[in-house]
Design a protein around this ligand. Structure first.
Ligand SMILES: Cc1cc2nc3c(=O)[nH]c(=O)nc-3n(C[C@H](O)[C@H](O)[C@H](O)COP(=O)(O)OP(=O)(O)OC[C@H]3O[C@@H](n4cnc5c(N)ncnc54)[C@H](O)[C@@H]3O)c2cc1C
Length: 492
């Protein structure tokens, strides 16, 4: 089947399952996924795009992967995340770093039996500081025994396979600094679900806390090219670069819902669509769609499965933070436009807000990634002995085309000793500068010029407003022990 036929079949299946019977309207309101719906979706083999051709997959072409993610997220963001977890956090790492015998065994199960896989990194005591994880492994008789506690892994209790991360315990009983990845077959037991979490959104997906006590064969260990940490960066950057795949359908759906609603809702005798403030909101949502399209094009051309992305921190972190902020903002804006009816659990607007919110937290909290974007740029500037931000942006391939729009606003010297909050604010600016560059590049390829123009204008306005926050010098303090003299009733 050629790709277009395959995608059309997937799309029409989703249209059917997400619109047909009354019970299916509850997807998103009730937890889990009705087995028959799951069966219909898996029959379209959406995960095959992430599997190499030699193992009977569609070949792992990034354009196909992003198209499948976008098609899914138009109907259901949780479904798209489910496909994304399997693809970016399990199948792609296995393709790149798996040993041959394991690849044959595991891919066969995905292709012929509809198996699923997830990734466990996070621990209750180590989330953002994942490198300090306490899950450890020891080698005995050619096998690895892995023990620890993991939580919040997508597909908890569902996945047929797990990618487990752990640190080696050395002869002194200390954990080494590096991280290793192992494939575990759930049918071999050893993962005990201690608790299922009541996640706020993403009802389709199960999350919880797992006690790990498993033994895997030596061929289940992923083989890093250099260190395990470098392998982890490659895996996480590849995944972050593919977030726009999940963002694409989500933003298109919000745009379609918002335009449809505003054209048909009459307030004060005229359709919402004619109010200027409404147009401003719609234009921002539409620009998010355009930026997301530009990011998909960038990822397709720059992140093929063969590429080592361990050093692509700037592009990966810029894409992940900006698109997840846009996904959340678009949901908030849709709910504002829809008004009270949007504030129902079974309305798309409310669901879009709770479902997209954790994207700003997982795979690197946006607060931390924005800081890292600034640190990465400041490090490069130091190396080049360049203090002027505009000069740097003009010379960097990720921002050179955008720099023409930023000459007035970014032509200043950067103070390298910045407070963390300033690093975060500057990171937001830089993330949008990188996004602007991608939009300009998409425009040069012949994409609709009116959409490109509006996205450029919205991005420039956003950059200006973020820059004024960055340049504002006061750093208000948090008052610890604030109770004394802070009860207003005593002052009237
Ligand atoms: C829906 C969902 C799905 C997930 N899926 C997976 C999965 O499939 N596999 C998996 O392994 N994990 C998964 N996670 C876990 C996720 O990756 C972690 O929640 C994330 O890494 C943050 O860790 P934490 O929750 O422990 O927060 P913490 O590390 O406690 O951080 C909380 C907040 O503190 C602030 N903060 C932390 N450190 C700093 C710092 N250095 N500077 C400034 N501020 C800081 C940030 O605002 C941050 O958001 C998922 C989480 C959610 C909510």
């Amino acid at each position: 089947m050629n790709f277009q036929e395959y995608l059309d079949n997937f799309r029409s299946t989703l249209e059917t399952v997400f619109s047909s019977s009354a019970s299916l309207a509850n997807i998103g309101v009730e937890r889990g996924m009705p087995p028959l719906v799951m069966r219909d979706i898996l029959e379209c083999r959406p995960l095959s795009v992430f599997i190499p051709e030699e193992y009977n997959g569609r070949g792992g072409y990034v354009k196909e992967c992003l198209s499948v993610l976008g098609t899914a997220s138009y109907h259901s963001l949780p479904l798209s995340l489910m496909i994304g977890i399997n693809g970016a956090l399990f199948l792609q790492p296995l393709s790149v770093y798996g040993q041959e015998s394991t690849k044959q065994r595991v891919f066969e199960r995905f292709v012929n039996q509809g198996s699923m896989g997830g990734l466990m990194i996070t621990e209750p005591s180590h989330g953002s500081d994942a490198l300090k994880m306490q899950t450890y492994y020891e080698e005995h008789d050619g096998q690895y025994r892995i023990k620890g506690l993991k939580h919040w892994a997508g597909l908890t209790s569902w996945a047929d396979f797990w990618m487990l991360t752990a640190r080696r315990k050395d002869a002194n009983g200390d954990l080494v600094r590096d991280i290793d990845f192992f494939i575990h077959d759930s049918s071999n037991n050893g993962i005990e679900v201690l608790e299922m979490y009541k996640n706020l959104g993403l009802y389709m997906l199960p999350y919880g806390k797992n006690k790990i006590n498993v033994t895997v064969d030596s061929d289940c260990r992923l083989e890093p090219r250099t260190t395990g940490v470098t392998m982890m960066l490659d895996i996480l950057h590849r995944s972050r670069l593919q977030f726009p795949g999940m963002g694409m359908g989500h933003l298109k759906r919000i745009m379609d819902e918002a335009i449809e609603h505003c054209k048909n809702r009459f307030v004060g005798g005229t359709s919402l669509f004619s109010y200027d403030q409404v147009k401003s909101r719609l234009s921002k949502i539409q620009s998010s769609f355009t930026v997301c399209s530009a990011m998909c094009a960038y990822t397709t051309e720059n992140a093929p499965i063969e590429a080592d992305l361990s050093r692509s921190d700037l592009s990966a972190n810029a894409i992940k933070t900006v698109i997840t902020d846009y996904m959340q903002e678009a949901g908030q804006s849709l709910l504002q436009l829809v008004g009270a009816m949007g504030y129902r659990m079974d309305h798309y607007a409310g669901q879009a807000i709770v479902d997209s919110r954790p994207f700003q937290i997982f795979e690197g909290s946006n607060d931390i990634l924005y800081q890292q974007i600034s640190e990465s740029v400041l490090k490069s500037m130091r190396k080049l002995k360049e203090n002027n931000l505009y000069n740097f942006l003009r010379g960097n391939s990720l921002t050179e085309q955008a720099s023409g729009y930023l000459k007035n606003s970014m032509n200043f010297e950067v103070d390298v000793k910045m407070a963390q909050r300033k690093l975060v604010e500057l990171g937001k600016v830089l993330g949008r500068a990188v996004s602007l560059n991608m939009v300009i590049q998409l425009g040069e390829k012949g994409y609709r010029s009116d959409l490109i123009q509006a996205a450029i204008e919205n991005l420039c306005a956003e950059i200006d407003s973020l820059l004024s926050a960055y340049k504002y010098e006061a750093q208000p303090a948090i008052v610890d022990g604030y109770e004394e003299d802070s009860d207003w009733t005593r002052f009237v």
